[in-house]
Design a protein around this ligand. Structure first.
Ligand code: ZN
Ligand code: ZN
Length: 218
């Protein structure tokens, strides 16, 4: 009896788990929340569900719910995995960690490139860290600086410095890109006139001429 009951729960969790990731990647926020609630009720896939929910609520403008998710995560001792991006250039792999300049090869040059890009993006109306585009755990006043340091941006800055002009930049990332970086990468692909491919946790993004192949179903 116990086994049958247990496998029923696991099966249910599997079902809701696939619905959660499918609806999230198709931008169906209402379904995402619904599936997330079921999973939390079943006490299954907690870490992934909390992270998805706490990133979904802000995009719906539901800041209170997002905060609630974050505090429940803390209560359960669940921490967000830190972001890491890497590029492979001429048989060498270079890794970059969110907000961590100490591990960065050519850190100062990368920051200069990113700062210049930020200025050029602002000229086109890009607002870094605008509300709703940033994960909830980023403090308001530090938003701009921190978002500027997401690992894929560091990897991009580095690639722009060392890769020859015109060559496609390919970046891998262990988590999903945030919407803010996604917007930034679209603009940057147009500013620097380069193809940029990012393989994140969910899918491939091919940025070119200010657009992405995911058509923003990111
Ligand atoms: Zn980001
Ligand atoms: Zn995309």
């Amino acid at each position: 009896m116990f086994c049958a009951r247990k496998s029923y729960f696991l099966w249910l969790a599997l079902l809701w788990g696939s619905l959660l990731s499918a609806s999230r990647s198709h931008g169906r926020l209402d379904l995402t929340v619904e599936a997330g609630k079921k999973l939390l009720k079943l006490k299954q896939q907690l870490a992934g569900t909390y992270v998805t929910m706490s990133n979904t609520y802000p995009t719906m403008g539901k800041w209170k719910d997002a905060h609630r998710m974050r505090s429940e995560m803390k209560k359960h001792g669940i921490q967000k995995e830190s972001g890491c991006s890497w590029v492979e250039i001429k048989d060498a792999t270079y890794a970059f960690y969110a907000g961590d300049m100490s591990s960065c090869t050519r850190g100062t040059e990368i920051m200069n490139v990113l700062r210049e890009l930020e200025l050029r993006m602002k000229e086109r109306g890009y607002v870094s860290g605008s509300k709703g585009l940033v994960f909830i755990d980023v403090e308001e006043e530090a938003e701009e600086a921190i978002v500027g340091l997401h690992s894929e941006k560091l990897a991009l800055g580095f690639s722009l410095i060392i890769m020859p002009r015109g060559m496609t930049i390919r970046i891998m990332k262990n988590l999903r890109m945030c919407l803010n970086c996604h917007e930034a990468f679209k603009l940057i692909s147009d500013i620097v006139k380069r193809d940029i491919v990012v393989r994140d946790l969910n899918r491939f993004h091919h940025f070119k001429d200010g657009l992405c192949t995911c058509k923003d179903l990111w």
